[in-house]
Design a protein around this ligand. Structure first.
Ligand code: ATP
Ligand code: MG
Length: 367
């Protein structure tokens, strides 16, 4: 049985298998699927995830979906909104199950069962929820994930017609941001790597697409009193950028994900209809500076309320996006950034799940 960490991000789902350090990322975006006309088949499965998903946990069950990259190009795709709760969201579960099924059967270590027509993937997963939803939704989230799900691939290259039975045996749910700190504090073998983080009082600001989590970690335990979360993330700034680019230049990004991709690759020049080009950099600067001021404000308030915080880590994809703006907005207040900041949670989820398994919780579960 394999162990995987999965971060059900509102922007993208990230998966890391225990023992590998290669993350699999699938944009959290879907659109209803149909028989598509294919002029040239895509060169990798993740570029055209076309699936039917069955799961006892889904309301929209047994339907066909285009998932991830294939959906980012289509205008009728849906991306998550502030009111969506990832513990209950059908969309997030559809993307998560699809991503687990495809990564499970394309892994080099996978061997299909000889006795059955269907592929089988069996997993223990580590995952997480935001600070604000953790206590209330942890149990129902766990229940939605654990069990048997079925994913059938249609026009996906290399996977045509494959049917995957995905069994999730156990889900260990951590808190977003806190798991990231656990990852930073420990080596792969779970031994302490950073004494300051492991034994100290650490502030975290984890900037996601729709939520920003500010857990306070005291000697590796979450501080119940000072930890909190905001229903706000980078998407609240990406969406107005998208609207303003459209108003100013008549250029419409088909999805939030498309705009985010552009900013990530620092390609700010857009091609207008006709021969003109324009740069969207000034619009991005305006909104990202505003976002940074707001985030720094949250951090300062937290630090004032809990003055024994020794240092503040700013992580999540939003930290990568906003880094220069945050540094400017923070002035003399020192913030810590880390590389691969959007992967720190999922790396932490794998470690938390593994340490839980090592403590014999797994034996308990299988009895
Ligand atoms: N290197 C980068 N440069 C610019 N933007 C980035 C970068 N990495 C991630 N982003 C953007 O930052 C935002 C947050 O990314 P992240 O992966 O942390 O979100 P998420 O975990 O999917 O969302 P949430 O935590 O709200 O569930 C997204 O909109 C993403 O597109
Ligand atoms: Mg996140």
């Amino acid at each position: 049985m394999r162990l995987a960490g999965i971060d059900l991000g509102n922007d993208s789902i990230k998966i890391v298998y225990d023992g590998t350090n290669e993350p699999i990322t699938v944009p959290n975006i879907v659109t209803p699927g149909y028989d598509r006309h294919i002029f040239q088949e895509e060169d990798a499965p993740h570029k055209a995830l076309d699936v039917t998903v069955y799961s006892p946990a889904l309301t929209l069950n047994n339907r066909r979906w285009f998932v991830g990259q294939l959906a980012t190009e289509l205008e009728d795709s849906s991306e998550l909104e502030e009111t969506d709760n990832k513990a209950l969201s059908d969309q997030s579960l559809i993307v998560a199950l699809t991503a687990l099924a495809y990564s499970g059967i394309t892994a080099p270590s996978y061997s299909p069962p000889s006795y059955s027509q269907a592929d089988e993937v069996e997993l223990v997963i580590g995952t997480g929820l935001p600070v604000r939803t953790y206590a209330k939704y942890r149990e129902s989230f766990e229940q939605r994930l654990v069990g048997e799900h079925e994913i059938v691939f249609h026009s996906t290259p290399q996977l045509h017609g494959r049917k995957v039975k995905l069994r999730i045996r156990k889900a260990v749910v951590s808190i977003e941001g806190a798991a990231a700190i656990f990852n930073l504090a420990t080596h792969d073998n779970l031994q302490v790597r950073d004494e300051e983080i492991y034994g100290g009082v650490i502030g975290v600001c984890e900037i996601g697409a729709l939520t920003t989590d500010l857990p306070v970690i005291r000697r590796m335990a979450i501080d119940n009193h000072f930890s909190y979360g905001e229903q706000m993330g980078l998407a609240n700034y990406l969406d107005p950028i998208r609207r303003e680019v459209e108003d100013q230049f008549g250029y419409a990004f088909p999805s939030r994900a498309k705009l985010a991709q552009r900013i990530k690759q620092r390609e700010f020049v857009i091609q207008r209809i006709g021969e003109g080009q324009a740069t969207i950099k000034p619009i991005v600067d305006t909104y990202f500076s505003r976002a940074a001021v707001r985030i720094v404000d949250l951090i300062k308030k937290r630090w004032k309320k809990c003055p024994d915080i020794q240092c503040f880590y700013v992580i999540g994809g939003g930290a990568a996006a906003l880094k220069p703006y945050l540094i400017e907005a923070a002035g003399p207040v020192k913030l810590r950034f880390v590389p691969d900041s959007e992967l720190q949670n999922v790396l932490g989820y794998v470690k938390v799940a593994r340490s839980r398994m090592n403590q014999g919780a797994f034996a308990e579960m299988t009895n």
